[in-house]
Design a protein. Structure first.
Length: 319
């Protein structure tokens, strides 16, 4: 097998998995002749639709139609990344799609998806726009954080509300940044300081925050609304690439945190189960990067096979 063939197998070709009826993802490529034929799935990149030869591992989700969403994201992905700022329109499309409740069990009104399905949708979005894939993946990480760190009365309430209101979760959690401190004053718990790398904080409906408790020197994680008095989302993310992840800073000026908003049972890293959060976070990044790599490979394939060959203008070192 040649090197090119090996790369094709590694990146784009998987044995198609036969599925039936309602299990098939809506929006599969027109012209598929048989149920389960995944031979020409769409990859969306930089404002164009690229038709690929190969089998993309598309999510097996009958309750969502990814095609219109990915097409809308692809229309101006490159231009938006150059401009930076907040992808408000695209975030609202995600709210309207129902995908934000995908992880939440059906008993609580959600989609009841598995983590495999969540990560497949992260990859599909990242192939189009890695910033949106990042935001979407972090949203599900934060939804999971409530379950991993919180008590049932907390996560059940927040999960139901997430489905009912299609909340988009953001964070000011970054545990490596210890500048935010929680202290008790006048019978109230107050948070002050500033956090960096707060992905999804702009336009968030709920924020997962962390602070160092000045009484115990331990990390405290809490859930608060972003419009709480004294909280400012700075919107100062200015990066090279992925310019729409809203990963700038959040400032706290004596922000009140209620006891019921603190996730302390079991709390951060309170049990082996709670420790799964770090693994989920890394898997989000892995799937964003994998989606990027797949899309880059697809674009290279398209460019190399569809361009007009002109020997007078080609670089002799380009194959």
């Amino acid at each position: 097998m040649s090197r090119t063939e090996k790369m094709s197998v590694a990146v784009g070709r998987q044995e198609p998995k036969e599925i039936h009826g309602s299990q098939r993802l809506a929006g599969s490529v027109p012209g598929d002749e048989a149920v389960g034929d995944f031979s020409r799935k769409r990859a969306y990149l930089c404002g164009r639709v690229c038709w690929l030869q190969g089998d993309w591992p598309m999510p097996d989700l009958s309750l969502v139609d990814l095609d219109p969403l990915l097409t809308a994201f692809a229309e101006n992905a490159a231009a938006r990344d150059r401009a930076g700022g907040n992808a408000k329109r695209e975030r609202d499309l995600l709210r309207q799609s129902g995908l934000l409740g995908l992880l939440i069990p059906k008993a609580l009104g959600g989609g009841g998806a598995t983590w495999n399905q969540i990560f497949e949708t992260v990859r599909a979005i990242a192939r189009v726009d890695s910033s949106l894939g990042h935001l979407y993946g972090f949203h599900h990480l934060l939804v999971a954080t409530v379950r991993l760190f919180g008590a049932p009365a907390q996560w059940e309430t927040w999960w139901k509300a997430t489905v009912a209101h299609q909340w988009f979760w953001g964070n000011a959690l970054n545990p490596k940044d210890t500048r935010v401190v929680l202290r008790e004053q006048g019978g109230r718990l107050l948070v002050s300081g500033q956090k960096s790398f707060c992905s999804g904080a702009v336009d968030a409906d709920q924020l997962v925050i962390s602070a160092v408790d000045d009484r115990t020197a331990k990390l405290v994680v809490a859930i608060i609304p972003p419009d709480r008095r004294g909280l400012r989302v700075l919107g100062d993310w200015d990066a090279f690439g992925q310019r729409q992840t809203d990963s700038g800073g959040v400032a706290f000026d004596d922000v009140v945190v209620e006891e019921k908003e603190i996730l302390c049972s079991p709390g951060p890293l309170g049990t082996p189960f709670a420790a799964l959060r770090s693994l989920i976070a890394q898997l989000v990044f892995v799937n964003v990067f994998l989606g990027l790599a797949e899309a880059a490979f697809a674009e290279a394939h398209r460019w190399n096979t569809e361009r007009v060959h002109d020997s007078r203008s080609l670089d002799p070192f380009v194959l």
